[in-house]
Design a protein around this ligand. Sequence first.
Ligand code: AMP
Ligand code: MG
Length: 191
Amino acid sequence: MGRVVVIVGVPGVGSTTVTSKAIEKLKEEGVDYKVVNFGTVMFEIAKEEGLVEHRDQLRKLPPEEQKRIQKLAGKKIAEMGKTENIVVDTHSTIKTPKGYLAGLPIWVLEELKPDIIVLVEADYSEILMRRLKDKTRERDFESTEDIAEHIFMNRCAAMTYGVLTGATIKIIKNRDHLLDKAVDELVEVLR
Ligand code: AMP
Ligand code: MG
């Protein structure tokens, strides 16, 4: 039975960067985790079915479709977690045109059984700037108030995941120029 750690954060907060750097450091210490990107697993399924061409189209699909693909991806990832330690790079909530969609609804939690949920956060203005600078993605433009609301909803959802599963909820700040600090904190959690 491997350890399952879920890492979440609003788009652009840098959760993928913090995760990959922490995993690299841990590897040097002989601690092995496999990183699984939930969005990538979903994207591969949706692309195969001809539903999307790039990953930022996933959250615009009808909620029913997103949940169907989410369930398939959750099952696939849970399978990996049975034999090895995994870090799941995903989202606490997904902002869709129809409202916030839980990233880990009960049927996903029951499969995944996370031990720890890590929320990566930063200041609203920092996130806004990071989104503007990232040309590789189709990030939605949001005001600082919108971003603040999303961070709040992510905290609420993450805590309910903790209540439902017993997972601990760790908040890590990924502030500007302090990436190393966030990485070290995540290393500490994963070690
Ligand atoms: P990312 O590269 O992490 O931003 O993920 C790309 C997309 O995958 C997100 O914008 C969501 O549409 C989708 N996604 C990732 N994780 C989940 C999840 N747990 N539940 C539903 N959709 C997800
Ligand atoms: Mg990411």
